[in-house]
Design a protein around this ligand. Structure first.
Ligand SMILES: [Zn+2]
Length: 109
């Protein structure tokens, strides 16, 4: 179970990405992904003929049914999400190295 300070259920996850997501509001937002540049963006549902990518302007976008949408993923999309995945991998690697170093120290002494 992950609980970010216990405040995540109280209100809107403001301050993450700067765009408050309207979870229970009257305006449903849907996630889209650009098929050309893989930019992730949000658009209002029911917009005529879909949406266009704000990054490259392509209309080859697909609706993303956000299975993992939630307070934890708000603000991480597109390049930012990719970058965070990369940093997480690096961090994982560093932790493994540190653990390995500690183990060798213990064995050495
Ligand atoms: Zn695009």
């Amino acid at each position: 179970m992950r609980n970010l300070g216990g405040s995540s259920a109280a209100g809107t996850p403001a301050g993450r990405g700067g765009v408050p997501r309207n979870i229970c509001g009257a305006v449903p937002l849907y996630d889209f992904r650009c098929q050309r540049c893989e930019e992730r963006f949000e658009a209002l549902a029911g917009v005529s003929a879909g949406a266009a990518c704000p990054s490259c302007g392509s209309e080859e976008v697909e609706r993303v049914y956000s299975a993992f949408a939630g307070p934890f993923t708000v603000g991480l999309r597109g390049q930012a999400a990719k970058r965070s995945n990369a940093t997480r991998a690096v961090r994982e690697e560093q932790r493994r190295e540190r653990k390995e170093a500690r183990r060798q120290q213990r064995e050495g002494s």
